[in-house]
Design a protein around this ligand. Structure first.
Ligand code: PHE
Length: 344
């Protein structure tokens, strides 16, 4: 290395410029620390080499170079500190990166159990030759009660059970009005199912809700008998639940005669008796019966020529059985932990 003052100062300035250039491209704290160590570092810093030249200079030049050396050292240290501050401020995320954190979850929507059950029931009845019909939720009193042979003083029409609207309107309490609407529009032979929501001012307990889904079914043709009804529904139950025991109990509805309710063996306890089946081993899933001649007549169908059967079933109750859910209310809770179990 040259020992003249001018040469030494030129080399010192070149070193300073090269170090500042390295600082400008140091893009991480690690890179910056490497530059610090190789330039102003106490043990490995190249700046020390210039200080080592001092004794070789002429006496008068020593203080001049010494001052110059100190100025470069102060400048470089300040530049390194400034770069350090800039890099720490701009890279906090990189510094805080926690590779042990669990990955972000991919949420996938799931169908509600009642929707799954509705779609399955529709599929089974489609296979059996039924078509889907619909009717309005806000219904006229006549379609909901009168046309279905309810006497005017029937308790179901009580304000406590039915949600009334203005001018003879109400929220339908069952899907049976779709029987009348369908027969008014299409001549027999006809086989339909009609899924939809119904409304009752029921209290909310383990098996009752104020709004729930129903599926109505109806078949009208010449010579239709109770045998067709029983065979179709037992066949349906086997398809829906897998081989299952069914039983028909006599019942009463104003719009069917004779009337029955169909039970399936409780799947939660396998017929042994539990809270869901109220210790009976059986669960009612639908009401049914032969359509009352008065109902056919009010829909404009000749009851001498035609006969028919109808049923109404509760898919929410069937979902309890199908999926082993102990309480119907959880289906209305919008509880993600419950609902996501049904993701397919
Ligand atoms: N509509 C009746 C109910 O809601 C069910 C039913 C439908 C019964 C059709 C017989 C025939 O309880």
């Amino acid at each position: 290395m040259s020992t003249t003052l001018a040469d030494l100062v030129a080399q010192l300035d070149a070193f300073r410029d090269a170090t500042l250039a390295q600082l400008a491209v140091a893009d991480s704290l690690d890179a910056l620390e490497a530059v610090r160590a190789s330039s102003v570092g106490r043990t490995r810093g190249a700046l020390n080499d210039y200080k080592a030249q001092l004794p070789k200079l002429a006496g008068a030049d020593k203080p001049t170079f010494g001052a110059r050396f100190n100025a470069v050292k102060v400048e470089l240290e300040a530049a390194i500190d400034a770069r350090h501050a800039a890099l720490s401020a701009s890279a906090p995320a990189a510094a805080a990166l926690d590779l042990s954190m669990p990955a972000r979850r991919q949420w996938r929507g799931a169908k509600h159990p009642v929707t799954i059950v509705l779609e399955e029931i529709e599929g089974i009845f489609r296979d059996l030759g039924f078509t889907i019909a619909t009717g309005p939720e806000a219904e006229h009193e006549w379609y909901n009660f009168g046309a279905l042979n309810f006497p005017p003083d029937h308790p179901a029409m009580d304000m406590h059970d039915t949600l009334y609207l203005e001018r003879g309107g109400l929220l339908r309490t069952h899907t049976s009005p779709v029987q009348i609407r369908t027969l008014q529009s299409y001549p027999p032979p006809i086989r339909i199912i009609a899924p939809g929501n119904v409304f009752r001012r029921d209290f909310f307990d383990a098996s009752h809700a104020p709004m729930f889904a129903q599926i109505e079914g109806m078949a009208v043709d010449e010579g239709i008998s109770f045998v067709d009804l029983k065979a179709t529904l037992a066949n349906f139950a086997n398809r829906f639940f897998g081989e299952t025991k069914t039983r028909f109990r006599p019942s009463f509805f104003p719009f069917t005669e004779p009337s029955a309710e169909m039970d399936v063996a409780c799947r939660i306890c396998n017929g042994a008796g539990c809270a869901t089946c109220k210790q009976t081993g059986w669960v009612e899933i639908l009401g049914c019966g032969m359509m009352h001649p008065a109902v056919l007549e009010s829909a404009g169908v000749d009851s001498q020529k035609y006969s028919g059967w109808a049923f109404g079933m509760g898919p929410a109750r069937m979902a309890l059985q199908r999926f082993g859910i102990p309480d119907i209310r959880i289906q209305y809770d919008s509880d993600i932990a419950f609902l996501e179990q049904f993701a397919q």
